[in-house]
Design a protein around this ligand. Structure first.
Ligand code: SF4
Ligand code: SF4
Length: 383
């Protein structure tokens, strides 16, 4: 049986218009009985937006606050126990929620905030890779976790959507350690899929009205897509998003390749029924994707030298760097790959490309976009 996903066109961040679209989406998926099955009476609902870092209201890095409002306006009809939260890789979750405008929206509708600092240990029996977990307690204790991802590129995983969004359920700085434990993007993908089983992600509503292309997930550029994508299958929701931005086969991206191979979730176009708009209606032809060159090196650190010659790497834009040292602090590798060094009278990061695992945590969390994904000369020729 095919998984059903609703694809809606929405051209503006107007909470009333977004509310209308989301109601339309639920109608396409099965109407009132469908929502009642998803959110049974007295259910505690956790909304998990993308609050990667402390960003302004209209930043394409985070789930838009007016999109968040549109979602709440629908869901408040079905639950009066709605909580939202996230845990950025760096900095305060509450500050991120406040600066992006989500906290004010939540207060307006009586939605509580949780900063994911209360943790709980979990075991996942039938895992693809990771059995033992420490995750945000509220994510496990809620009855219905609804993911509200932003459609974005991602340095390491190429794309971040409904599957990757729940990485925020891993508390704070522990996220960087997972990059070291999962030594390549295929293992990272297995870990992400396992994590979604642990927190039991039940539904996703993706903010693809304005997406992010290029140097994502934090320093890319806004790209108008006019899309809202929703469904119970998070791999199917992401698959549709990937087709909108130009991946005809979502298996180019590790999460969906692994999901397909392990029968974790539906990924291929022929296994997904799209209700509402057609993919062709909202597809863009010029989306700046991240080239998936990491995979060739896959599972071996023994190929470090070759990898350093070919694989994309964190590249410093010297003039943008403010010498904050955050990149050196968040780099999970030991000994550190980054050494802060005086160059032209300014302290900037210098990278050891041989030991860098290309997790792009530094690029993801640089507060001023001074790191981008560089391509080597050889890498450009080969790909
Ligand atoms: S590259 Fe970014 S994170 Fe690193 S020191 Fe410069 S500004 Fe800070
Ligand atoms: S330098 Fe950046 S990409 Fe390399 S291991 Fe450290 S955080 Fe990851």
């Amino acid at each position: 049986m095919k998984d059903r996903v609703a694809l809606l066109k929405c051209e503006e961040y107007d909470p009333i218009a977004i509310e209308k679209k989301i109601r339309e989406g639920f109608e396409l998926l099965g109407g009132e009985s469908y929502i009642r099955r998803l959110i049974s009476p007295d259910s505690k609902v956790l909304l998990k937006p993308n609050l990667l870092s402390v960003e302004d209201k209209y930043s394409p890095v985070v789930t838009n606050y007016l999109f968040f409002e549109g979602v709440i306006r629908v869901l408040k009809d079905y639950s009066d126990k709605i909580v939202f939260g996230d845990s950025p890789g760096f900095g305060s979750a509450e500050r991120a929620a406040q600066k992006a405008g989500l906290l004010d929206v939540a207060n307006k509708y009586g939605v509580k905030f949780d900063d994911f600092t209360d943790k709980v240990n979990m075991t996942l029996k039938d895992s693809l890779l990771v059995k033992n977990w420490e995750v945000a307690k509220v994510a496990v204790e809620s009855d219905v976790l609804i993911s509200l991802p932003k459609l974005k590129t991602h340095g390491m995983m190429y794309f971040t959507g409904a599957v990757k969004n729940q990485f925020g359920c891993v508390p704070g700085t522990q996220k960087a350690l997972w990059h070291t434990r999962m030594n390549n993007s295929n293992n990272f993908a297995r870990m992400l899929l396992d994590l979604n089983k642990v927190v039991e992600t039940k539904f996703a509503i993706m903010d693809g009205i304005v997406a992010m292309e290029g140097n994502g997930p934090k320093s890319g550029t806004a790209k108008k897509m006019n899309a809202v994508i929703m469904g119970e299958s998070i791999t199917a929701v992401d698959s549709i998003a990937l087709r909108l931005i130009g991946y005809d086969d979502p298996r180019e991206i590790p999460q969906y390749k692994i999901a397909f191979e392990t029968d974790w979730g539906k990924v291929l176009p022929e296994d997904i029924e799209v209700a509402g708009m057609s993919v062709d209606d909202l597809k863009v032809s010029d989306f700046k994707k991240i080239r998936s060159t990491n995979e060739i090196f896959g599972d071996s650190r023994g190929m470090a030298f070759i990898k350093s010659l070919i694989a994309p790497y964190p590249k410093l834009i010297h003039e943008k760097c403010i010498s904050c040292e955050r990149c050196a602090q968040v780099c999970p590798e030991k000994p550190k790959v980054i050494t802060m060094t005086d160059k032209g009278g300014k302290l900037v990061p210098v990278f050891d490309r041989k030991t860098c695992i290309r997790c792009f945590c530094c690029q993801e969390l640089c507060p001023v976009g001074a790191l981008e994904i560089g391509e080597t000369f050889l890498g450009k020729i080969l790909y």
